[in-house]
Design a protein around this ligand. Structure first.
Ligand SMILES: [Zn+2]
Length: 471
């Protein structure tokens, strides 16, 4: 082993720069490995220099340094040759005070072994910056999903119009001539017509999008332009009755758009009322088994946050999970207050839902319950960039978040088959609810409450559904 030359051993008391945004790459019970994504500097020949650090769970001591809590290292990674070179090491106290600094002059270029920590770091810094690419594809996806939703809306309106016409013809046939003369056709007891149409439509299989709807799954969609291209003529409401049927009541958690009314607001929301595998549920009586671990590949990336009128929703790039060998990409995550799901009747302060989608359109949602406790750095970064206005997304350049940092240490989970908890309440969603909650401070919860005091759908009946849990 070659020895590195120590150029200087300086002791100065500079506090740790407050604006360093450390993200965790890996952690165990003794230490945490973090990097500062903002420090990544590209050098010639596909080399990257990055500042990383090891934070120990307790203070360590050595005669030259004294009591230290973390070691920072400036390292050069050669992405092509797969080597690493330490350029500088810095020891810091628990308070972040700089204790000792070593400039490493003789550049020992060490090979990076597969599976080692350096391998992890190398992959991290050599990986193309996914957030930018993700943003572009997210915008495309949102556009595509928006078009699909538009087609769906038109198809359903056509069905609705047909039913209205049929119903009117029946009414007309039954109506007395004098009444017919006194009242224009379009105003014939519209509510009665509408009621019948609702009944008829509820029985009809409506057209559904493959997979899930745009508003639930599209990553933080941008506000859609008001005017559509000239070739796609806007669809006028079929008539007064239909207009009243749609009534422009948006789904909500209170008032006219209350969860009990969701199924009546739009034909495509019918499942919210008739579904037998709806979410959320009160999780109890789970079958305790050795569950396959969820293979998380949640990675640090830049993010986009939007207040979509129902929640704060965040899109990131390059993260996903594998479950029994099947890959699901993280499409978006968002928050509810209080938690929608309960465990043995117990509710939580908040919950974060990480919505994943497989290539063939299956959905898997990881729920991370949040209880009141210490401040959560992951949530704090998001709240720092909380949008000022609805439907205007914020994408802070150069700021990364690491969803992996937000996961509880214990990866045990409950799983059951359910639905989206927002209209259209699409079923066939596999829920993965982490058993161990994470913490957020009272202030952080209060900040979210300023926007959404209650955005949780009430508990749905399980209809004897099977629930499994890690033992
Ligand atoms: Zn949710």
């Amino acid at each position: 082993m070659r020895r590195c030359l120590v150029a200087a051993a300086i002791v100065i008391s500079t506090p740790l720069l407050a604006d360093v945004n450390w993200v965790t790459i890996s952690s165990d019970s003794n230490r945490r490995i973090e990097v500062d994504p903002a420090s990544v500097r590209k050098e010639e020949g596909n080399k990257q220099v990055v500042l990383g650090r090891i934070v120990f769970d307790r203070e360590l001591n050595d005669p030259r340094t004294g009591a230290y809590k973390s070691i920072e290292a400036l390292t050069r990674y050669d992405c092509m040759k797969r080597t690493h070179t330490t350029l500088k090491r810095t020891w810091r106290s628990a308070e972040g005070e700089l204790l000792r600094e070593e400039e490493v002059r003789a550049s020992a270029e060490m090979p990076v072994r597969t599976g080692s920590l350096d391998d992890k770091l190398l992959r991290e810094v050599c990986r193309p910056k996914t957030a930018v690419a993700a943003q572009a594809s997210a915008a495309r996806l949102a556009e595509k999903a928006g078009d699909a939703a538009e087609d769906l809306r038109r198809a359903n309106e056509a069905i609705l119009q047909k039913e209205i016409d049929k119903e009117k013809a029946r009414e007309k046939a039954a109506a007395k001539p004098i009444r017919k003369a006194a009242m224009p056709a379009s105003e014939q007891a519209p509510d009665k017509v509408v009621e019948k149409v609702i009944e008829a439509v509820a029985k009809k299989p409506l057209m559904k999008l493959a997979g899930a709807p745009a508003e639930s799954v599209a990553p933080a969609p941008r506000p859609r332009p008001r005017s559509r291209p000239a070739s796609a003529k806007p669809v006028a409401p079929p008539d007064m009755a239909a207009a009243r049927f749609h009534a422009n009541v948006h789904w909500d958690y209170e008032g006219e758009g209350h969860p009990d009314n969701w199924s009546k607001l739009k034909p495509e929301f019918a499942t919210c009322g008739s579904g037998k595998r709806q979410s959320p549920i009160d999780i109890r009586d789970g079958i305790r088994v050795d569950q396959p671990p969820i293979d998380f590949s949640w990675r640090p990336s830049e993010f986009r946050i939007v207040d979509n009128g129902h929640t704060l929703q965040v899109a990131v790039g390059g993260s996903g999970i594998s479950l029994l060998g099947k890959r699901y990409e993280l499409v978006q995550f968002h928050f509810h207050r209080p938690s929608e799901e309960r465990i043995d009747g117990r509710g939580f302060e908040m919950v974060a839902h990480f919505v994943h989608k497989s290539e063939d359109g299956n959905l898997a949602v990881v729920a991370v319950l949040i209880e009141r406790g210490v401040e959560n750095p992951f949530i704090q970064t998001l709240w720092n960039y909380m949008p000022l206005e609805r439907n205007r997304d914020v994408m802070p350049p150069g700021v990364a978040i690491d969803p992996g940092q937000f996961l509880p240490v214990d990866r045990a989970y409950f799983t059951y088959m359910g639905s989206l908890t927002t209209p259209p309440c699409t079923e066939g969603v596999q829920w993965l609810v982490m058993k161990q909650p994470v913490q957020a401070s009272a202030e952080q919860v209060a900040i979210f409450s300023r926007l959404y005091r209650n955005n949780a759908r009430p508990i749905q009946p399980t209809f004897g559904r099977l629930i499994k849990e890690s033992r």
